[in-house]
Design a protein around this ligand. Structure first.
Ligand code: B12
Length: 299
């Protein structure tokens, strides 16, 4: 039987990530505020899942990316990423939230890229889940429950990404009416956030008119639209044209999602299309950087 080996952090790594003193971390460990285990030698070790729990309970956010502190540690186990993926798939099918959380955090700690995690860990696993459902290997409820579990884990994961300054540019997005897929737009939010944007996921199944209202109110610099399902593509093209005419013409619009096929996209006006989250990360980074240098040269 296989046993799950959870990633553990030292008190120093946690202190670095939170930008607090190591003695504060040790005190929280002693008070039981941060779940702690002891090594054979008596040293405190903090399970990654316990650290996430602490972040959620205390509404704290990490200041320095966790990856930069775990990278140099010796706690990263030698388990292969493929093995990790397999564990994640099994945990999603079983609805084991804790194991899912551990796998996601471990993948991130090793790769230090949320965009990579989104494409090569989460999306690939869901594609596999879709195939298993298609073959009748898993029940519908297992797929749906897997989505719920993943959503909750991603929600918590937000706290592992470094805080974004208040003056960072804003990006927002969601899925159009009739598209119930929630995970891709949730991933997009975290991806642009990882690229130092303020990010606002509006959710799924949204009439384009309400997305336009959100744009008018919050005036983002970038809007993403995730389109995984279209009941009537012709109707969507019509609605999108009307929508595009109501939002500022200089607003950067990024499209993504399986339903925006090569045949459909030429009929739409947009700034960029991305096949995956790593492309979105490149786009967001390039855009943020370019705008920054324009601001500097204007001064
Ligand atoms: C979970 C799921 C659902 C759930 C979603 C629940 C939820 N809360 O999100 C629900 C129950 C809604 C659902 C319903 C349906 N589903 Co479904 N579903 C899936 C499943 C298993 C996973 C989808 C998912 O979240 N994947 C994870 C995401 C992250 O991966 P991704 O979509 O590939 O996204 C990547 C890129 O496309 C891109 N991307 C996506 N969006 C964006 C946005 C931006 C801005 C950018 C930059 C990039 C980007 O980056 C992502 C990461 O790499 C897929 C299987 C699969 N192969 O994906 C089937 C699947 C997509 N579903 C399918 C079907 C048929 C349906 C239904 C039509 C079934 C029905 N008859 O009712 C309905 C349609 C629902 C609707 N109206 O929206 C088929 C589609 C077949 C086809 N050829 O089109 C699939 C492939 C299953 C299968 N094997 O047959 N489904």
């Amino acid at each position: 039987m296989e046993t799950s080996v959870e990633e553990h952090l030292t008190t120093r790594q946690v202190a670095e990530a939170l930008s607090v003193s190591e003695s504060s971390v040790k005190r929280w460990c002693n008070q039981g505020v941060i779940p702690t285990v002891r090594t054979v030698g008596g040293h405190r070790r903090i399970p990654l899942s316990g650290f996430m729990h602490f972040l959620n309970q205390t509404n704290r956010q990490i200041v320095v990316p966790l990856g930069s502190s775990t990278r140099h540690g010796h706690s990263v186990s030698e388990r292969s990423l493929e093995d990790l993926k397999r564990r994640f798939t099994d945990a999603l099918v079983a609805g084991d939230e804790r194991a899912c959380r551990e796998a996601v955090v471990e993948f991130y700690a090793r790769t230090e890229s949320f965009a990579l995690l989104a494409d090569e860990f989460i999306a690939e696993t869901f594609h596999q889940l879709g195939d298993q459902w298609d073959c009748g290997d898993i029940e519908v409820y297992q797929e749906r429950r897997g989505c719920e579990v993943c959503s909750r884990v991603l929600h918590e994961f937000r706290r592992l990404l470094p805080e974004v300054p208040d003056n960072a540019p804003l990006a927002m997005g969601g899925t159009p009416e009739g598209d119930y897929y929630s995970i891709p737009t949730q991933l997009a939010e975290l991806v642009v956030r990882e690229c130092s944007w303020r990010a606002m996921n509006l959710g799924s199944n949204l009439p384009l008119s309400t997305i336009a209202a959100a744009v008018a109110e919050h005036q983002p610099r970038m809007l993403w639209l995730s389109v995984s399902h279209l009941k009537d593509p012709v109707d969507f093209v019509e609605q999108y044209r009307a929508f595009r005419a109501t939002i500022p013409q200089d607003l950067t619009v990024v499209l993504g999602g399986r339903a925006l096929t090569d045949r459909l996209r030429p009929k739409l006006k947009y700034t960029g299309h991305c096949d995956n989250m790593q492309q979105l990360a490149s786009f967001a980074t390039a855009m943020h950087g370019r705008r920054h240098s324009i601001d500097v040269s204007n001064n």
